[in-house]
Design a protein around this ligand. Structure first.
Ligand code: DLZ
Length: 158
């Protein structure tokens, strides 16, 4: 049995009545598109209807926390999956954005009392990102996990 991954779920969650926001960055679009597709695929498998999946984009990962707050206000969604992909470059940019975005997303959950999924890849190389988007042979798409996580986090605590 694999050590990593979501593990065995405690029950089957039916996403029929929930509304999900997906907010994605446009930086690293090949990876982002695969992650968004993976999240949508899983949401649909869990019975979330197409009209209850709202997809918006923003420029880069740094814009995700503010955009996530606005997704709740504008669309009255039950949960948001902010999706971004940060790849380390030669400056400290990566560290600052990873830290700011992860901290803000965590805090926003408690400010809004709403679940927010951490759909941000923080990779040291492009290859790591391609792997986690399921774009290299045999690799798993993390977007699918984020879709499942969103449905569970809404229904478990409502
Ligand atoms: C500027 C920048 C850089 C260098 N790298 C990334 C990245 O790997 N992933 C990503 O989502 N966004 C990146 N950005 C853009 C910033 O997130 C942000 O959009 C700009 O700094 C404008 O606020």
């Amino acid at each position: 049995m694999a050590v990593k991954g979501l593990g065995k779920i405690d029950q089957t969650y039916d996403g029929k009545h929930i509304k999900v926001g997906i907010l994605h960055a446009r930086w690293n679009s090949k990876i982002i598109n695969a992650l968004v597709d993976g999240a949508i695929k899983k949401l649909k498998e869990l019975n979330v209807s197409e009209e209850n999946i709202i997809v918006e984009s923003i420029p880069g990962a740094y814009e995700l926390p503010f955009g996530t707050k606005k997704m709740f206000e504008k669309y009255n969604v039950d949960v948001v999956i902010p999706i971004g992909c940060l790849i380390k470059g030669s400056t400290m940019h990566f560290e600052y954005i990873c830290d700011a975005v992860s901290t803000q997303i965590m805090q926003l959950q408690f400010q809004l009392n709403k679940p927010i999924i951490f759909g941000v890849l923080t990779c040291l190389t492009e290859e790591q990102a391609l792997e986690r988007a399921g774009l290299l042979p045999g690799m798993h798409n993390h977007g699918e996990d984020w879709g499942a996580c969103a449905v569970e986090m809404v229904l478990k605590w409502k």
